[in-house]
Design a protein around this ligand. Structure first.
Ligand code: FES
Ligand code: FE
Length: 381
């Protein structure tokens, strides 16, 4: 990629003050730009990879694609979760091809049977005894930095990870006004009630941008706008620091028809009750907080024009274990997701149009999306 090609084509200077320019269309389709994002965004920052409760027992594992790397995330016999690059130290074969599963004690490379413990150490290899000068300790799998937060396993491929507090928790703080505001939701103690995966034919940035604004809410989210009447005015809960959108007066719960929700999470304060908070944790997580559940989106960018979104609905364990009916609760945000992802796909197909070669514009309630664009540009240089 030449410097000239990377220059942001933002129309900025000629625009009236009410408008800000966007990224140009090729930022959403160009494989070279996507490769730069993989290398300089997804492989350098903290990436929310796995719900820790999805690998509850020793030997349980998931493989995750982060940027250009495949990573094995496994629970060890000591109960700790560890992550390693899914690359055999012998001749580089991908060790594990399953998305998830369980092994007894070790991962064996299917090529020449080098065998690695759950902690990544090289346990055995055929004819290793005949190579007394080879120290097994030097040939373990390459470990990946890991943090557990909100019940999820966050990974960082960088040699020197950025501060988790400043980046991940920093984004939550910027949105909610305080790092403590999320604590009462006890997210790590909640239990998965439902998961839906969406294969979205859109660039990951389309999905982030859509989540950051509510200019579209009145048009495409009739159910959500009924529950949160202020959304019909187009100002998102993401717009004001610390603001949660209030439920409508006649709304009982955050459900598709405004009927009563589930049991309120005990730590949620009265000031947070009957309110909806939305948080974007760059680059690939959205957290939605309501009094009785949390909707947690993880994005997995697959190509410049395709993104897998895993959406988890998390409730109090007692709610899930009792078999309570969560359908109306799940249905609200499932519809919101479908409406949003349809909109993202509708934009994606135009990104290569000559009409969008210099991008579009952001209205005042979307101006903060420009800060996200600046962040992306600064990262990919
Ligand atoms: Fe894995 Fe040879 S490449 S054992
Ligand atoms: Fe939306």
């Amino acid at each position: 990629m030449t410097t000239g090609e990377m220059a942001p084509a933002i129309v900025g200077s000629q625009l009236p003050a009410s408008l800000r320019g966007t990224l140009s269309g090729r930022y959403y389709t160009d494989p070279t730009i996507f490769a730069a994002e993989q290398a300089l965004i997804f492989e350098t920052g903290w990436f929310c990879a796995v719900l820790a409760a999805d690998i509850p027992s020793p030997g349980d594992f998931e493989t995750v694609q982060i940027g250009r790397e495949s990573v094995i995330v496994a629970r060890g016999r000591d109960g700790a979760v560890r992550a390693h690059l899914n690359v055999c130290r012998h001749r580089g074969a991908r060790i594990c091809t399953e998305e998830k599963g369980s092994v007894r004690r070790a991962f064996q490379c299917p090529y020449h049977a080098w065998t690695y413990g759950l902690d990544g150490s090289l346990v055995s290899a055929p004819h290793l005894r005949e190579m007394p000068d080879v120290d097994r300790a030097d040939f373990g799998l390459q470990q990946v930095h890991l943090r557990e937060w909100l019940g999820y396993v966050w990974l960082c491929l960088a040699e020197d990870p950025p501060s988790f507090e400043d980046t991940v928790i920093g984004d939550v703080t910027t949105r909610l006004g305080s790092p403590d505001a999320i604590v009462g939701y006890q997210v790590a103690d909640l239990k998965l009630g439902r998961r839906v995966e969406y294969d979205v034919k859109a660039n990951w940035k389309q999905i982030v941008e859509n989540f950051m604004e509510c200019y579209h809410c009145g048009t495409i989210h009739p159910e959500l706008s009924e529950v949160l009447p202020e959304f019909a005015d187009g100002l998102a809960a993401q717009y004001f620091v610390g603001h949660g959108a209030a439920f409508g007066e006649d709304v009982d719960g955050f459900t598709v028809d405004g009927s009563a929700g589930l049991e309120r999470i005990p730590g949620v304060g009265d000031d947070q009750d009957r309110r909806y908070y939305a948080i974007t944790v760059r680059p690939q997580v959205f957290v939605n907080l309501v009094p009785d559940h949390v909707v947690f989106h993880r994005m997995f960018p697959l190509t410049a024009e395709r993104t897998l979104v895993r959406c988890d609905w998390l409730y109090l364990p007692g709610v899930v274990d009792s078999g309570a009916d969560i359908d109306r609760s799940v249905e609200l945000f499932h519809r919101v997701n479908q409406q949003d992802f349809d909109a993202c796909e509708r934009c994606q197909v135009s990104m290569d149009s000559r009409s969008y070669a210099r991008g579009g514009v952001l209205v005042p309630s979307e101006h903060h999306i420009g800060d996200f664009h600046d962040w992306v540009l600064q990262k990919i240089g």
